[in-house]
Write a protein that binds this ligand. Structure first.
Ligand SMILES: C[C@H](O)[C@H](O)[C@H]1CNC2=NC(N)=NC(=O)C2=N1
Length: 113
């Protein structure tokens, strides 16, 4: 399997399939530090990134925002003193698509603590 960080997101389509249970089990192994959350019936990938300062958290938040714009796929971002919470899911399909795993892997690449 090509590593997720080398892939680009495909355009979000309402008829795109959610990842299957088997794909989910395989893909989550590539991003083991991410949590699978279900909110209002929507499966999401979530991870908290700790920082020493608010400024560092905000800088990381902006980097993820630039990545999202570049890929055309956008997260929910919660920036607080000392941490940024990043949550990925595909709005159009109300669940998880391979795009969300690609973006989670690329988000990890932006983090330097
Ligand atoms: C037109 C635009 O590309 C689409 O609306 C994109 C924008 N970014 C997106 N981001 C996410 N996470 N899910 C989407 O369905 C989505 N759709």
């Amino acid at each position: 399997m090509e590593t997720l960080t080398q892939e680009k997101c495909e355009a979000c389509r309402a008829d795109a399939p959610k990842v299957s249970d088997q794909e989910l089990a395989e893909l989550i192994r590539a991003i083991p530090d991410w949590n699978i959350e279900v909110r209002d019936g929507i499966m999401q990938l979530e991870k908290v990134f700790p920082f020493k300062t608010f400024v560092a958290a905000l800088d990381f938040t902006n980097k993820v925002g630039i990545l999202a714009e570049d890929e055309g796929h956008h997260p929910a971002l919660l920036t607080e003193w000392g941490k940024t919470t990043v949550t990925w899911w595909s709005h159009k399909i109300k669940g998880l698509h391979r795009n969300d795993f690609i973006m989670a892997a690329k988000t990890d690449q932006l983090y330097s603590g």
